[in-house]
Design a protein around this ligand. Structure first.
Ligand code: BGC
Length: 249
């Protein structure tokens, strides 16, 4: 089954048609800048443009950078606060003319990695951390997701919020070199290990393609790997989620 997978991020909205049987992208990825301010109206307009770009009339899955509970956006850290309380499944479906199903972006990336990526056959606890404009998390135990964990907002022992100290946006803004940023993300991962004791930590988001540049600064005991789908995990996982909403398997 083919589904248009969309990853709505704080800086870019990326999409591709995904074959949900194997997680393969059937088209190249198209990216449109996230409108600023990222209001519901503005994001819905870009999403409709994206659907037109692909000439798409089928089901759409959207990873969204916020808590999404039963199709309603509940939080807003890197998008307009107007989103809080917005029924985004409904809004996006209405504006695109296609049935749209939204979930948290980190949860989407996690679903893709558990089904087709680094999490395949992994028992125990898997933590996916997606690092981009914000920091998002997805936790799986024996393959099952605990949705909408917001552990990028964790306050670290040094009093700083993880997302404000170690996101990719902060790395770029403060022009941190890999060593300095690597130590920051390591502080976060060390704290996450002390709290959740995952067997495997998967790093997704924009930073995942640079894993080799900072892996030497990571000290947790858990195995740490970059997402097999790199920054495309969100697109693939959004499509898998939408598929689960329209089929029985
Ligand atoms: C949001 C999360 C999201 C993460 C990554 C955070 O600011 O609160 O919901 O998963 O950014 O986009």
């Amino acid at each position: 089954m083919l589904i248009l997978g969309v990853d709505i991020g704080g800086s870019g909205i990326k999409a591709a048609v995904v074959d949900t049987l194997n997680g393969v992208l059937m088209t190249s990825r198209h990216r449109i800048e996230t409108p600023q301010p990222a209001t519901p109206e503005a994001v819905a307009t870009v999403l409709a443009e994206m659907v037109r770009y692909f000439n798409w009339t089928g089901v759409v899955g959207c990873g969204f950078p916020a808590v999404v509970l039963h199709g309603v956006c509940k939080t807003a850290s890197n998008i307009s606060s107007e989103f809080i309380g917005t029924p985004i499944d409904h809004l996006f479906s209405e504006r695109t003319g296609c049935p749209c199903f939204c979930l948290n972006d980190a949860d989407a990336a996690g679903l893709a990695e558990m089904r087709f990526g680094e999490g395949v056959d992994q028992s125990g606890v898997v933590l996916l951390v997606t690092v981009g404009t914000g920091i998002g998390t997805a936790i799986f135990t024996e393959g099952r997701l605990l949705p909408n964990t917001e552990l990028g907002h964790l306050t670290l022992p040094n009093g700083k919020k993880a997302e404000s100290s170690a996101s990719d946006a902060v790395r770029k803004l403060k022009e941190l070199n890999w060593k300095r940023w690597g130590k920051r993300i390591n502080r976060y991962l060390t704290e996450m290990e002390a709290l959740f004791w995952p067997d495997l930590i998967i790093i997704g988001g924009g930073i995942s393609k640079s894993f080799d540049k900072f892996k030497e600064y990571l000290t947790p005991e858990a195995t740490i790997k970059p997402a097999a789908f790199l920054n495309q995990a969100g697109i693939v996982g959004a499509a898998l989620y939408a598929k689960s909403k329209v089929t029985l398997d």
